[in-house]
Structures are given as C-alpha cells and as structure tokens.
Design a protein. Structure first.
Length: 257
C-alpha cells in the first residue's frame, strides 16, 4: 500500500446487454471478454487491487477461476458508478478502505494500463478535484461532430468546463479558413473517484443537463464539483456489438502470431 492510501480498480460487469447479450462472457479468444479487461487493469502500476463487481454468479466464477477477486453486487444498480459505490461502501465496512476508486469499463479488453495510471495519479495530484478522467485528440478518421463521440472543453488548469455530444468548442470563423486556438478533445469514459465523494454522487438525482445530453458526468459539474482531465493519446474503445467483438478477436489473434 502506498503512503497516500489504497487505490482500487473496479470493473463493473453487468451480464445483460441489449445490443450484444452476455458480451462480457464472450470467449472466442479462449478467455471471457471481462478477463481480458481484468488482465489489462492488473498491469496498471497505480492500482493496489482490481475487483470485478457484477450482478451474476457466472461472472464471479469466471473471475475467481482467473485468480482475481469478484464481488456479487445488487442487481438494481442504474449504472457502473452506482455499482462501484456499493463496492467502496462494503470494503470500508469490512476494514478495507481506499482513497481512490478507478471505474474501468467491463467491455474494454484493450484498455491501456497507462491510461488507468494517468487518471489515478492525476486525482492523487489534484486535491481540489473529486473526479479525474481522460481525453484524447481526435484521430484523423474520427468526426468531431459525431454525437456518439463525447467532447470535453477544459479550463487552463485542466478542469472540465463542459461535456457534450455536440461539437465543442464551435469554431465560429471556420469558414474563413482560420485555425482555432482550441481543438476538440474526445472524452474517454475512464474515471477515478475519491472514496468520500462516491456516496454523495450516487445520492443525487439525475440532473437536467445529464438527462438532456445523456452524460452522467454532467451531474458532477451541475452540483459545483470539479473533474480534472488528463490529455493523452488513447485508441481503446469499448465493445458494443458482435461485429466489434469479431474485430477484437482478429486483433487478438494477430498479436499471438
């Protein structure tokens, strides 16, 4: 354990998925998808432990067979952050407190350990912030105006000013060919939370901006709390469909050759 207290990675892994049923257990590579996520997370240097939080005993069995810790949580959580908050509360109740919890998406088998370290270390280094996350410059083949790609704008101190599915910042003088001083940044859904902030966050009702944009992180900003943002290159993406999973399987096979 470090002097500043424990940092725990939590992988919320819900069995149900509307677009890709039971995707976290898909195992065309010989390992369940969630085990690939687990292995990547365990490579992060900043984490003292990685726990998979799930609503299904089958996922618990798969994770324990992989030699890791799984926690069977309530089935009524509305999102991964709520599931993570249950984990933090139960650990504290059993004498295993931690200062920071990193929420690692259970469908990102290629999550970069360096990205996990970046958000964890940034939150430890930013005592004024309750949450840390990550953003990356848009790739050449990505459309910044795609509403499926979330954008974030930052203050000079690295604090998130706003997240949106719309194109922000909007370059007003684009028609005259000028170069904007501020370029769009794509938000990556990887978060580190202070333990003390989690119960406060999940107790708040969904906020107006959050529901308008369908972006949970706006609840933090609407309540006047701070999110600090690391900027780094990142190409990892989640698996939302069987086609995306098939692409991952091919990439995984190519790496083994």
């Amino acid at each position: 354990m470090s002097e500043r207290g424990r940092t725990i990675g939590v992988i919320p892994a819900r069995l149900a998925s509307s677009r890709f049923p039971e995707k976290v257990l898909a195992n065309a590579t010989g390992k369940a998808l969630v085990v690939h996520v687990l292995e990547q997370a365990r490579r992060a240097k900043s984490l003292d432990e990685v726990i998979v939080a799930t609503d299904d005993a089958r996922i618990v069995s798969v994770i324990e067979a992989a030699g890791a810790r799984a926690m069977l949580t309530r089935i009524d959580h509305p999102n991964g952050t709520s599931r993570l908050a249950e984990v933090s509360q139960r650990l504290h109740a059993h004498g295993e407190p931690a200062d920071v919890f990193v929420n690692i998406q259970g469908d990102e088998p290629e999550i970069e350990p360096d990205a996990i370290d970046a958000v964890a270390e940034l939150l430890h280094a930013s005592p004024w912030a309750d949450v840390a996350t990550i953003a990356t410059p848009f790739a050449a083949d990505e459309r910044a105006d795609d509403p499926n790609l979330v954008k974030v704008v930052l203050g000079v101190d690295g604090r998130a000013l706003y997240f949106s599915r719309a194109l922000i910042p909007m370059h007003r003088d684009a028609a005259n060919g000028s170069t904007p001083r501020a370029q769009p940044l794509r938000h990556i859904g990887l978060y580190a939370y202070r333990c003390a902030f989690l119960p406060q966050f999940v107790a708040w009702a969904p906020s107006p901006l959050e529901e308008t944009e369908s972006l949970e992180q706006l609840r933090v900003l609407e309540h006047g709390h701070s999110i600090v943002v690391a900027i780094r290159a990142n190409s990892s993406q989640g698996i939302d469909s069987p086609a995306q999973y098939a692409d991952f399987v091919r990439r995984h096979a190519a790496r083994l050759r």
